[in-house]
Design a protein around this ligand. Structure first.
Ligand code: SF4
Length: 445
């Protein structure tokens, strides 16, 4: 018996204005086609109609409004995009029932609005790319990018020059992607960006509907919603802005992993100033203490640069003393290197290579000792571990505790674990530890 395939929704498109707008229309349609949508040549056959407007001249605006009016009259399910998206009020006043209005070059917004207005029925035949997209990570963990670019101008970094200022993704698009990843087997979402705590500052006034309520584009709100979707949610590249305090209770509640990756880079005020670092707050040590009071298991990971131009022995010693106080769980360090195009290259006070080396070695020795002591203190505890690799021949396995991100932190090595599967989250009795890793045996799920 022949199988009847589900019908993919059809999208109609009216494209007005200049060739740039036409290229935008093509890009939107290409993405919709790759998502499995069909195109409709007339209003009557379309499940939703996109009107890509032009607002260059008053006459073009009037033409755009007329086109929206025609699409509303002929079809009634209309999404407006393009240059007139800037004048959403004008459009809403004349056509209060348009489904969504997005601006020029907001491809993800338009495509998201089409997915909301005419959802694609689930079918392996319609979707050429799996729902979760094509992944380069193992099935059980996935990176989830929430924004692109950065508003800061750290002296050693050229990312803003390469990628521009911060552009946040809309929260409902992020949550939809998270749901697809989890449906495809992801257990751990690794939230990444250049500056996760700045998420949403560019679109703060644009809350989105998600599962019947509004989600504000803010790190805390997003983290809470992600915590409802995935078993493990890990936050990377968080700068210690004051509002970071509000995610700590989510960690204490178990919605988000008790783990913060905060690239402090240094502790000395003068060096941080020369680096032009954001959230350069002298009270960080006090906040670390408060965070640990609220969530005693919180693991703090950070990176530091030694030998930045102008770093004196006093600055470095200040950093060493600060590390004694901060008791960070995981630390990565770099010796400063000029990057072509970075402002730091022109700063006076270059630190000789041998001094960089010597400071790097001292810093690594200290942070390894702190990490080792912290791991020793875990012996005898039972920790949740996600399994990354199972060796059926030896019956061993390796995974990570909540305090360990893949690739950058330590591992938990398990014995008697041949029955486990990659992606399992199990409880492990910790029996031993070295400088970086833990050792133990599974005791259940
Ligand atoms: S180091 Fe990070 S915060 Fe600083 S400019 Fe680069 S991306 Fe932005």
């Amino acid at each position: 018996m022949a199988t009847k395939l589900p019908e993919a929704p059809k999208v109609g498109m009216v494209s007005l204005g200049c060739p740039k707008n036409l290229v935008d229309s093509e890009r939107i349609l290409t993405k919709l086609r790759s998502d499995g949508y069909q195109l409709s040549g007339d209003y009557s056959g379309a499940d939703v109609v996109l009107v890509n407007t032009c607002g260059f001249l008053d006459s073009a605006k009037e033409e755009s409004l007329e086109a929206i009016g025609e699409a509303m009259a002929e079809n009634g399910r209309v999404i407006v995009t393009g240059c007139m998206g800037k004048e959403a009020e004008v459009i809403r006043t004349r056509f209060p029932d348009v489904l969504a209005i997005t601006g020029a070059h907001q491809y993800e917004e338009v495509v998201g609005a089409v997915h909301t207005a005419a959802p694609m029925p689930p079918s392996a035949y319609l979707n050429l790319v799996p729902d979760s997209g094509l992944k380069l990570t193992p099935r059980h963990y996935s990176y989830l990018k929430i924004s692109e670019g950065c508003n800061h101008r750290c002296a050693f970094c050229i990312i803003p020059a390469l990628r521009g200022d911060l552009v946040s993704r809309r929260p409902d698009a992020i949550l939809r992607e998270a749901e697809k990843l989890v449906a495809a087997g992801t257990k751990e979402l690794l939230v990444i960006s250049q500056d996760t705590s700045a998420y949403g500052i560019d679109i703060r006034k644009e809350p989105r509907q998600w599962k019947g309520s509004e989600v504000v584009p803010h790190m805390t709100d997003l983290a809470r919603e992600l915590g409802k979707i995935a078993p493990w949610v890990r936050l990377h590249y968080v700068y210690p802005y004051p509002h970071v305090d509000s995610v700590i209770p989510l960690m204490a509640e178990g919605l988000v992993l008790p783990y913060l990756d905060i690239p402090f880079q240094h502790a000395s005020r003068d060096v941080l100033k020369a680096m032009k670092r954001p959230a350069n707050d002298a009270k960080v040590l006090g906040r670390l203490k408060q965070w640990r009071e609220i969530c005693p298991d919180i693991a703090i990971r950070s990176t530091f640069v030694v030998g930045f131009p102008g770093e004196t022995e006093e600055d470095f010693q200040y950093l060493m003393d600060w590390l004694d106080e901060a008791q960070l769980d995981r630390v990565g360090a770099f010796r400063f290197e000029p990057v072509e195009g970075a402002a730091a290259n022109d700063l006076p006070g270059a630190v000789p290579e041998e001094i960089k080396e010597e400071r790097y070695a001292r810093l690594m020795e200290k942070t390894a000792a702190i990490s080792a002591a912290k791991l020793q203190a875990k012996i005898g505890r039972t920790l949740e571990v996600i399994i990354d690799v199972v060796d059926s021949e030896t019956g061993g396995a390796s995974g990570r505790s909540q305090a360990d991100a893949p690739e950058i932190d330590g591992e938990v090595h398990l014995r008697d674990a041949g029955h486990l599967t990659e992606g399992d989250i199990v409880r492990v009795a910790i029996e031993d530890a070295d400088e970086h890793d833990l050792f133990g045996a599974p005791v259940g799920y």
